[in-house]
Ligand binder design. Sequence first.
Ligand code: ADP
Ligand code: MG
Length: 474
Amino acid sequence: MALKAVIGLEMHCELKSNSKVFSSSKNSYEKDANVNISAIDLAFPGVLPVLNKECVRKSLMMSIALNCSLPEYIYFDRKNYYYPDLPKGYQITQSHDPVGVDGEVIIECNKEERKIKIHDIHLEEDTASLDHVFDSSFIDYNRAGVPLLELVTEPCIYSADEAVAFLEHIKRIYQYCDISDADSKKGQIRCDVNVSMMEEDAKELGTRVEVKNINSFSSVYDAIVYEINRQSELINSGRGDEIVQETRRFDEESGTTKRMRSKEDAIDYKYFVEPNIPKYKVSKEWVEEISSCIPELPLDRKKRYIKEYGLSDYDANIIIKEKDYADYFEKCISLGMDAKESANWIIVNILAYINKLDIGINDLFITPEKLKVIIDAKKKGAISSKQAKEIFVKVIEDKKDPIEYIKDNSQISDKEELIKIIDDILLKSESQIEAYKAGRSNLFDYFVGQVMKNTRGKANPVMTKEILNEKLNG
Ligand code: ADP
Ligand code: MG
């Protein structure tokens, strides 16, 4: 019997905003613990949350970008449970009427398009963060109340490849719309993966296992592959009933998943409508205004780069990978640079360099304007391709304007200028000319040498030989 895997994802992403979702504390990353905090984040008695409109706006934007149905009103629910990272004893979230339901998004996986269905997207507050050191625990409330958007897919993903392609795609949409930096390194993205196995032609889904709180896409991939293997082995050895609905965690070191708790121990959160936040009407005008601010999304950009600029699928994929790369590329084009050549420079030189330094493309000293100076100089023949690459590295390392460097290095390729230099030399070389004409043909190299000496090696060698040939043998 053929088994197939079924996967559903829950992706949490912290939104970018000036202040937190229900308080005026700053929403920013700090090295120091407990600096972005207020009485609301710490749940002092009697304090009241105030909804941050910018967070609602960004959540609606994501919901529209993923073709979800929007609610008529924004309101919240209380999810009641106790944990030390949750000072109120409940989390303000959306359960009854989330900011988006029944969405869908087209992604590309292994060059094929796939439609992934979104069950819902809801806005909630993040918890504080806990750090366990030996027998002590430290708590940092900077993260308490940071706006968090949770996206839940339908169980319609069938491989680890597809799951990661989907997550990468969603991450890009967050970045392109400037809703979040979606930076896994800063812990802004966390995923839960649900995996079950079923027979190819079965009508019902198999029992799912949930692997919680995975911090990187590569771990999502590994956790899914591990679960598929673990569950397949159990089924194939007749022990399928050992697969129970449970919550597991992924252990990065061993690359395995470990049981945390069974679903039977699941707490009843006793959801009810959060009474301290009034309902907020989602008007048609507001939705239209938000929709008009959604920029061209990554997959559309990719298709346009292929169609308009003739980029290959491979190159276009790399350029759209980050919005900053795509913006850099488009800036090159707006400066009149050749699209394919710009893409090539970005992929071969720039990305290799920024990856090596672990910096963003916008932190690179070479802006599109500076890159243009180098490419133009190469086109004019003032510098060779090899020199262009050397200058590229020099400019970054010395933080020097390319124009200065090109002046220092530029070849003399102006014919008039070279003729003048050569005429001067020949005028002073009467005896050598005579000897050359009398048969000492190896003196030709002597003249070339003189030109190089006079120009400190900058004369274009091919042109120099051509002119000398005309003058001496023509
Ligand atoms: P919970 O609150 O326990 O996390 P949900 O109903 O919200 O449960 O489902 C969470 C996720 O589980 C969704 O992404 C959904 O697609 C996925 N899921 C549900 N059933 C299955 C299944 N049989 N196999 C794989 N994933 C599933
Ligand atoms: Mg869940």
